[in-house]
Design a protein around this ligand. Structure first.
Ligand code: FE2
Ligand code: FE2
Length: 515
């Protein structure tokens, strides 16, 4: 008992009557053996007393007393040796030795309370100061005690450094509960005890418990059930189990539940404090990891949100840009009317025809529609006297007109706009012919970009079916018949076939954008 703090000594002495009474009961049971009067009820009661004493004395580190109580418990347990097989004399000596142990400890504690002595340091304690390897020097009755002054938690500074937890001790054994609370309080923890799982649940709900230190075997709800409840409902609370049973199976179950550790009785101060410190540190690490994970998730959410917003803005800008491009092109086509009446609608119809063809040939219809509106933009370089001449053109005038694809290409190509690049290609190739007899480059077949072959069909169809200054519009039937004859010569046969197969849609466009 010498290494016990004044608090633990106080608890031990507070149980003096209880311990003494239990020893007296055991003496009575042993006497009953000699008298042949040990019945089942008395035997069971004696076993409980021995069990209680073994647990309590073990908790206080009273090794010899614990061993004696254990032997009494084992011998007196109902169903163990038959009464007539019990060595009554030996058992009587056990009880007497147990009483001597207790009386000796109480006497010693009273002596150290005398003036000029210390409750925690006696001549026996001085002999018990350990060697460098932590073992206690021999010679006194406490030489087998597992707890020594090497315990680092005897140092107030060390205790203060780890005293950051609110610990709830749950044990139906009042002695064990008080001892544990005292150990923890002395080490600087805010500790308190309750005697049942029901009280522990109430405490968990109403107090901010950082560590739950629970006995396994308790009347009613067991410590395992309590730990499982705490881990589910209060995941931020560290959990430790403590049991008189050195059963790896129970420890495994507890760990599987998520308990941080498993301690065994009799409680050892160093083991308890190290277990508590480890559990609280693990709890802190896990709390930091949980916080870091949540922060990471928050950051990820924020960044994802910012990225989504940026993309939405870009998409909005892109959509706005497309709308702006389309609007600009249509305004330009409209303005061409001031110079060449009717041309604006021609340009728009060609754009729509190209869109019909582009969609069926797997191209981007909207881009093709807008780009093809610009196919004749190069005509701005043609003098009015030629462009608006009502009669047939001379050779020079024809050559002048034939410059408009090249002029249009020069006007449109080289920008950062994909749409204008496409418009440049169409402007340059819409007068090429499939048989190579077109202008300005004399390209043939698939050397002519598909967009150019599409625009050629759309442009010629609209030109023939529209009035011009020097002639009236051809009928649809005449136009189609002439174009069919030009398949493979002026026109790409495949593109023309798709065009003629789309005549319903072509008619709709023509009707909508009629002259
Ligand atoms: Fe043209
Ligand atoms: Fe044209």
């Amino acid at each position: 008992m010498s290494e016990l703090s004044s608090g633990l000594s106080r608890i031990f002495r507070a149980h003096k009557d209880d311990f003494t009474q239990r020893v007296t009961m055991l003496e009575g049971a042993v006497e009953a053996i000699s008298a042949g009067k040990l019945d089942h009820k008395l035997r069971a009661s004696a076993e409980r007393d021995a069990h209680k004493l073994a647990g309590s004395l073990g908790t206080f580190g009273l090794q010899r007393g614990t061993e004696l109580a254990r032997e009494l418990e084992t011998t007196l347990a109902p169903g163990r040796p038959p009464v007539d097989a019990i060595d009554g004399l030996h058992l009587s000596k056990c009880v007497a030795a147990l009483r001597d142990e207790l009386d000796g400890e109480f006497a010693r504690l009273e002596s150290v309370d005398a003036p000029g002595t210390s409750a925690t340091l006696t001549p026996v304690d001085a002999r018990a100061v350990p060697s460098a390897n932590g073992e206690v020097g021999g010679g006194d009755v406490h030489e087998h005690r597992p707890v020594t002054r090497t315990d680092l938690f005897d140092m107030p500074a060390a205790a203060a450094a780890v005293a950051d937890g609110r610990v709830l001790v749950v044990d139906d054994d009042e002695t064990v509960r008080e001892v544990l609370v005292d150990m923890l309080a002395e080490a600087g923890y805010a500790a308190r005890g309750v005697g049942s799982a029901r009280e522990a649940r109430y405490a968990l709900e109403n107090d901010d418990i950082t560590l739950l230190l629970s006995d396994v075997s308790m009347p009613g709800e067991t410590g395992l059930d309590l730990i499982r409840f705490a881990l589910c409902e209060y995941p931020g609370t560290a959990t430790l189990l403590i049991s008189a049973l050195e059963d790896p199976g129970i420890a495994q179950v507890a760990m599987d539940f998520g308990a941080y550790g498993y301690l065994t009785k009799p409680v050892r101060r160093s083991a308890v404090l190290i277990g508590v410190m480890s559990a609280l540190r693990r709890r802190d690490v896990e709390a930091r990891e949980r916080t870091a994970r949540l922060n990471l998730e928050d950051n990820l959410r924020l960044r994802t949100s910012a990225l989504t917003e940026a993309l939405e803005r870009l998409e909005g800008a892109a959509a706005q840009g497309c709308v702006l491009q389309g609007e600009t092109i249509h305004r330009w086509a409209q303005s061409a009317e001031y110079r060449d009446p009717g041309i604006g609608r021609h340009l728009k119809r060609v754009g729509q025809y190209c869109a019909v063809l582009g969609q069926k040939l797997g191209l981007h219809a909207e881009s093709l529609q807008l780009a093809s509106v610009l196919h004749d933009v190069g005509k701005v370089a043609i003098p009015d006297s030629i462009l608006l001449k009502p009669g047939p053109l001379t050779t020079d005038e024809r050559l002048a007109i034939e410059t408009h694809p090249g002029v249009g290409y020069e006007m449109l190509h080289g920008s950062s706009s994909g749409l204008l690049d496409l418009a440049a290609v169409i402007a340059k190739t819409h007068h090429e012919k499939f048989d190579g007899s077109g202008y300005p480059s004399g390209l043939a077949g698939t050397d002519i970009p598909l967009e150019g072959r599409i625009a050629a069909v759309a442009d010629v169809f609209d030109a023939l079916t529209s009035d011009r200054g020097y002639r009236l519009a051809w009928s649809l039937e005449t136009t189609v018949a002439w174009m069919e004859r030009e398949s493979g010569q002026h026109f790409d046969p495949d593109v023309l076939a798709v065009f003629l197969g789309s005549m319903d849609e072509i008619r709709s466009v023509r009707s909508l954008l009629s002259q």
